[in-house]
Design a protein around this ligand. Sequence first.
Ligand code: NAP
Ligand code: GDD
Length: 343
Amino acid sequence: MKKKIALIFGVTGQDGAYLSKFLLKKNYIVHGIKRRNSTLNTYRIDDIYSDPFSKKKNFILHYGDISDSLSVFNIIKKVKPDEIYNLAAQSHVAVSFNLPEYTTNVDALGTLRILEAIVQLNKKIKFYQAGSSEMFGKVIETPQTEKTPFYPRSPYGVAKVYSHWITVNYRESHNLFACNGILFNHESPLRGETFVTKKVVRALCRIKQKKQKKLFLGNIYSKRDWGHAADYVQAMWKILQYKKPEDFVICTGKQYTIKQFINMVAKELKIKLRWNGKGINEKGIDGNNNIIIECKKKYLRPAEVDTLRGNYSKARKLLNWKPTHNIKSLIKDMIEYEYNSDS
Ligand code: NAP
Ligand code: GDD
């Protein structure tokens, strides 16, 4: 049987790396788009990118950028994929307040560029759009489902809402197999260092190892529904294998505050942690009376998403998907990786 071909925009990111490895195990040929960078940024996929001259390559990288229509069009034309996963984004919510125009160009128009290329080249290509729980923003109801109205709170969230609706619109107007995964926060050892879970795990491991003295954070009272990226990329694939194109919420259904997350990490690392003070003056203090955590205004956002908790009933029923990780196994996985890395 002919191998299926997948094309991943955002292959060098956390999800791109997990999805590539998952699809290779499913016997796909995987093509990925990588941006030109002044330094190597392929550390997450170096283990699967081996010999660039081998004739039997099943993992192939191309230079491209979703802010550039021509490169998007030409790569899709050349690769002839069966499935496209659009994971490419300026994915940091706080950064989107500083770079709203750039974020909109990539996170909103980038999706349109891919959809338009599909319409021009081959309407049979299946398309997955990486939607986000950030679209629910100032939530209208809890838990959030596929039917919950959006109320985005950041330029990132607004751009993702555009991508959500343009995907629905191309599905309905051009009869594309185009789907939105509405994914809640998902983390892993490969998470970017500036997202809160990785920042906390990395810093507390380093503090434990006496490589660092303090961790600076922003709002530690927002609540998130955190899952493991390894579970969530399976859902992406299942969404494209379903008999018809639909949108799905992917989450765990459980939520914790950032402070609870910190406490769980500290406990796992056997760091005695107590808290003192209120609001921006709240501090985390270790067993030797050292202040190891401080809150800083710099990390507060102009508008915050206070609470997110999803309901994955539709995915469980139609895709037979459920998370295999819980918060404890996620934290253990992240700590283990951090301890074994030499940074
Ligand atoms: P990530 O680690 O930040 O990866 C983003 C990827 O997009 C990287 O490969 C990045 O390339 C690439 N990229 C950025 N701008 C690009 C451009 N102009 N052209 C081509 N590629 C570009 O994000 P992630 O956590 O894997 O998330 C994957 C997708 O899911 C994103 O769209 C994100 O918004 C969405 N999402 C994530 C979560 C989550 O909790 N992780 C939840 C919901 C939705 P470089 O390596 O060169 O920067
Ligand atoms: N990043 C960060 N850094 N967040 C902090 C910090 C800090 O120092 N201190 C507190 N926080 C709070 C943020 O204010 C937010 O309420 C929460 O921690 C989570 O922040 P992030 O880890 O940056 O994730 P996010 O929820 O804003 O966005 C992530 O999840 C979205 C899905 O809901 C990203 O992966 C998005 O791309 C994704 O769409």
